[in-house]
Design a protein around this ligand. Structure first.
Ligand SMILES: [Zn+2]
Ligand SMILES: [Zn+2]
Ligand SMILES: [Zn+2]
Length: 113
C-alpha cells in the first residue's frame, strides 16, 4: 500500500486513509482543478479540450480545423491542427492534379488510337 506524508504533520499515512490517524488532517486525493495546470493548446495558452486526430497534439477548440481526408477506401472528417490541416490540404490539391493528369492521359490514349 503506498504511503504519502501527511501535509499537516508529515507522518507517513496510507494514500487510501480518509484522514491522518495522528492529527486528523483530511487526506483527499490530489485533483488538479486549476485550469492553468492542465494540458494546454499547442498554439495558444488555453486549456486543451480536443486534439489533432492526425498527430495527436493537444489543442483548444479554436485551433483545430475539420477537413475531409480519404484513407484508402472511404474517408472521413478529421479534426486537425494547423500544420496537419495544411498538409492534408496540400495532399487534396495533389490528388486533384494526379486525377486530372490520369483523366487527360486516358483521353490522349483513347484519341490517339
Ligand atoms: Zn497528520
Ligand atoms: Zn488554441
Ligand atoms: Zn496535427
Amino acid at each position: 500500500m503506498p504511503l504519502i506524508p501527511c501535509p499537516a504533520c508529515g507522518r507517513q499515512i496510507s494514500t487510501e486513509a480518509e484522514a491522518c490517524p495522528q492529527c486528523g488532517h483530511p487526506n483527499k486525493p490530489i485533483i488538479f482543478v486549476d485550469d492553468n495546470s492542465g494540458p494546454s493548446c499547442y498554439a495558444c495558452r488555453k486549456t486543451a479540450t480536443t486534439r489533432c486526430q492526425s498527430c495527436g497534439q493537444l489543442s483548444c477548440a479554436m485551433h483545430v480545423n475539420s477537413i475531409y481526408v480519404s484513407h484508402g477506401r472511404g474517408g472521413g472528417y478529421e479534426l486537425r491542427c494547423n500544420s496537419c490541416y495544411s498538409y492534408a490540404q496540400a495532399w487534396q490539391v495533389i490528388g486533384i492534379v494526379i486525377a486530372a493528369i490520369v483523366v487527360i492521359g486516358f483521353f490522349i490514349f483513347v484519341m490517339g488510337r
